[in-house]
Design a protein around this ligand. Structure first.
Ligand code: AMP
Length: 486
């Protein structure tokens, strides 16, 4: 009798190592490593983790896309520890916050950043084997912690268990056939949980993870061609940009068999253009917040004739469940999620956890309140309407404008501050309004040293007084109009 397959993220990789050690597992630029070679690197790092860090510890990984980083992720998981990725383009102050909040006991990075980590983040390299248990100790059930924008008090850590990831992988490694020669894209930053799909759906299917040499949409079309990509995964903004650059011509991606999009609304016109550009590929719109592990609903674009606006979110995958809770005076409701992919709450943040992870009368389990407004069609398909709060996506990155305000408030205690998203020609940017005339270049510099680049507002504008609506609230529309014309 065949043993039941484990979908634990490290186990799916290890199973491919056993079945075809000589196939290529990782390709970065012109360099390639087989499954056996990658396993060798991972096991060396796992040995280091076991010797120098406590069981169940969290270990930060500098997210430069290199052999060391991919081996570190695998090695950390192999050793029963969990990884906390740091974005290479984020300022060291952000890395420090992430390391402190997660309680990571060490950081694995290439030598290029060692000095920066030592001097600016004050990470030290353990130089003697573990003597005594220190740092946060967990049961070894956690896979990773990703940080998302928080409206107050900085970024929120979302711990995701190995069981959460296994629930996701069990669907994606059985519902789709990637074929023996599958070659997966790896566009997502390792700080974005969608990268977990790239790595482990690829390695679980025995495919090759193809890391582009250069990031950026300009080189995407040639990357797909050169690397002979068969399984694509990106945010819709990427496809939209390709389309604007006229690179999404019919039939341009004949090798693609699978195309997944996630992270923000997928416009129908972009989806249709992709269907024509990749005539041999299925095209799937995935939806899901970090708190529900990568993606939790799916919609097959080719199953529908088309539509206006954005592609539906579809139906939950696996045994996950959705609930639409009516919102006063509106036809749509807030989407709540429950099931094996849903995290148990935020890291060290009981207040936010209590607000977002709730119990519902008559429904078993814990439900995560997404803040997304949806409509459920009769046959159960979910349609995305928008957000119930200020959260926005800037090129696929989740941003709470309030987080920008809280950093500025610490710098300008007596000034009224409001950051708003401004959508123009298909892209969203942030604009901050303040009611004191100040020199803003220094302020922007200050924000750049603390926040990820996509969270730094494009402009800081001075307003005499904030305009108010008839109900006495700040008139956001009027402010946006001022920004457009000023
Ligand atoms: P993140 O935690 O960064 O993955 O962001 C999750 C949020 O992105 C969701 O709560 C939605 O607001 C948005 N989102 C993700 N996927 C989709 C999608 N397919 N369509 C519309 N919005 C999406």
């Amino acid at each position: 009798m065949e043993a039941t397959r484990s979908f634990d993220p490290y186990a799916v990789f290890a199973s491919s190592v056993r079945t075809h050690p000589d196939r290529i597992a990782l390709s970065i630029g012109l360099q390639e490593w087989t499954y056996a070679q990658l396993e060798e690197h991972a096991s060396a790092i796992a040995g280091w983790c076991e010797r120098y860090t406590p069981e169940g510890a969290r270990i930060a990984v500098h997210g430069q896309k290199s052999l060391i980083t991919y081996s570190a992720i695998l090695g950390i998981l192999r050793s029963g520890r969990s990884y906390v990725p740091l974005h290479p383009d984020h300022p060291p102050a952000r890395w420090r916050t992430v390391i402190e909040r997660s309680g990571a006991v060490a950081c694995i990075a290439g030598w290029e950043v060692e000095e920066l980590l030592r001097n600016e983040v004050h990470v030290t390299v353990p130089d003697s084997p573990l003597q005594e248990e220190h740092g946060a100790v967990r049961s070894g059930n956690e896979a990773y912690v990703m940080f998302t924008s928080g409206s107050t008090g900085g970024p929120k850590g979302v711990p995701i268990s190995r069981a959460n990831v296994a629930a996701y992988l069990s669907h994606f490694l059985t519902a789709y056939d990637y074929g023996p020669e599958a070659r997966f894209s790896q566009i997502f930053a390792l700080t974005f949980d969608l990268s977990v799909h790239d790595l482990f759906v690829c390695w679980g299917s025995g495919g090759c993870l193809c890391v582009p040499e250069q990031q950026g949409a300009l080189t995407v079309a040639s990357y797909v061609e050169r690397q002979k990509i068969t399984a694509w995964f990106s945010v819709p903004s990427h496809a939209a940009l390709l389309r604007r650059m006229r690179s999404l011509r019919p039939g341009v991606f004949p090798r693609l068999r699978h195309s997944f999009f996630c992270g923000e609304a997928l416009p129908w016109d972009v989806a249709k253009a992709w269907c024509e550009a990749a005539p041999n590929s299925n095209v799937v719109n995935l939806y899901g917040p970090t708190e529900a592990t990568i993606a939790i609903t799916a919609f097959d674009v080719r199953s529908a004739a088309g539509g206006i606006g954005t592609v539906p979110l579809g139906v939950p995958i696996g045994t996950n469940r959705t609930l639409v809770v009516p919102v006063a005076d509106r036809d749509e409701g807030e989407l709540l999620l429950s099931g094996p992919q849903v995290s148990s709450g935020y890291l060290e943040d009981a207040g936010s956890t209590e607000q977002a992870f709730v119990k519902i009368d008559g429904q078993p389990g814990i439900w995560y309140r997404t803040g997304d407004l949806v409509r459920k069609a009769e046959e159960g398909t979910l349609h995305f309407i928008g957000r119930s709060d200020d959260q926005v996506k800037v090129l696929g990155h989740r941003v709470e404008p309030g987080e920008v305000d809280s950093v500025l408030r610490a710098l300008l205690p007596d000034v009224s501050i409001l950051t708003l998203p401004m959508a123009e020609s298909g892209t969203t940017r942030l604009v901050t309004f303040i009611d004191q005339e100040l020199e803003t270049s220094g302020l922007l510099e200050e924000l750049r040293s603390e926040l990820p680049p996509y969270m730094v507002p494009e402009r800081i504008l001075f307003v005499d007084t904030f305009p108010l609506t008839a109900h006495g609230k700040v008139d956001r529309k009027a402010l946006i109009e001022m920004a457009k014309h000023g």
